[in-house]
Design a protein around this ligand. Structure first.
Ligand code: ADP
Ligand code: TRP
Length: 319
């Protein structure tokens, strides 16, 4: 089985990215041949600062490795180190119906959030389809918000296969159902663009501050608290064991504990959870050439596969 996923280096990684995409991707690396990349071409649709793009890309690589991506099992590389993917995106765009792209939620959401509209942003799903199809991917671990992009990828693969003969495999999304949407400190979907994020490798003081500012209702300390819409409880459930979760549930329902105390417990759990990863991150940082070596080995492996698939595509379409 070939597993593929990508993440944009458009900012600092947060725990929504971790539980939605990184942890599932890391868990899958043992089950097949994995390709994970830093989607820097995609990030150009929102980031126009070359220094920041370069730095973020390295930082995403660092954070992903610190969280457990094993470069012996998974190829980690920059999207732009496999430029053939833009050629495939062009070819796919020639069969992509406008209506299909016009229906993409992510384009509409991004425009609504103030990202400048551009042909690149509109074509984003076509490039994403190329990312997936160029590695003959079987499984794509992503958060729920990316599901439609995988559906578009499948539609484009079918269209190409119908037009030019069997070229592409149809990939399947792998959506982590337990953590479909990780809430941010305001209770909305955690996202760097909403400013409600808790970062994986944030400084201790800042992380504590963010956890302590999780929005709650105004239930008094003594009263039982509503579990169903509690961001604190939802986040705690991501880090705690079954018994610990059951225990917190009981204390929510019983009353007598204030939200402040629950938040402190959440912070402690979260901080402890990422402790081994913070340590690993320091080790990686101490080895100056480690990240570059990993990325160049990853790029080499990715290019080998992409070259084979592109040869097949060019022959099929007549180039
Ligand atoms: P952001 O919304 O912060 O810009 P991205 O869109 O770059 O995050 O998402 C990168 C990956 O992380 C995607 O696979 C996405 O589905 C996943 N992801 C992002 N935020 C969340 C969240 N709050 N819950 C679950 N998964 C998420
Ligand atoms: N669009 C994804 C996101 O914003 C990133 C991405 C680009 C991706 N290409 C991909 C994810 C291919 C999976 C497969 O998170």
């Amino acid at each position: 089985m070939r597993i593929l996923s990508g993440i944009q280096p458009s900012g600092v990684l947060h725990i929504g990215n971790y539980f939605g995409m990184m942890q599932p991707a890391i868990a899958l690396q043992a089950q097949g041949e994995a390709f994970y990349f830093i989607a820097d071409y995609h990030a150009l649709t929102s980031l126009r600062d070359p220094k920041a793009l370069r730095e973020n890309s390295r930082r995403v690589a660092l954070d992903f490795l610190a969280c457990g991506l094993d470069p012996e099992r998974a190829a980690l590389f920059r999207q732009s180190d496999v430029p053939q993917v833009t050629e495939l995106a062009w070819i796919l765009s020639t069969v992509a119906p406008m209506g299909l792209l016009e229906r993409a939620h992510s384009y509409k959401d991004k425009i609504a959030r103030g990202i400048a509209s551009s042909a690149g942003l509109f074509n984003y799903p076509v490039l994403m389809a190329a990312d997936i199809l160029i590695y003959d991917s079987d499984a794509v671990p992503v958060g729920k918000d990316q599901k439609q992009h995988i559906e578009i990828t499948r539609d484009l693969a079918v269209k190409m296969n119908e037009t030019f003969g069997q070229i592409f495999k149809l990939p399947e999304p792998r959506i982590h159902t337990a953590t479909e949407v990780v809430p941010g400190i305001d209770g909305q979907k955690m996202s760097k663009s909403y400013g409600n994020n808790i970062d994986i490798f944030g400084a201790e003081k800042e992380t504590r501050k963010r956890v302590m500012s999780i929005v709650t209702d105004s239930t008094p300390v003594e009263a039982p608290k509503d579990l169903a819409r509690s961001t604190i409880f939802e986040l705690y459930s991501l880090f705690a064991t079954k018994n610990e979760i059951a225990e917190m549930r009981e204390r929510f329902q019983k009353g007598g504990t204030g939200y402040g105390d629950f938040k402190k417990e959440l912070f402690e759990k979260l901080w402890l959870y990422f402790a081994p990863m913070r340590k690993r991150r320091e080790e990686i940082l101490a080895d100056k050439s480690y990240i570059d070596n990993v990325l160049s080995r990853g790029a080499k492996r990715a290019n080998e596969v992409a070259d084979v698939v592109m040869k097949r595509v060019r022959a099929a379409v007549g180039l």
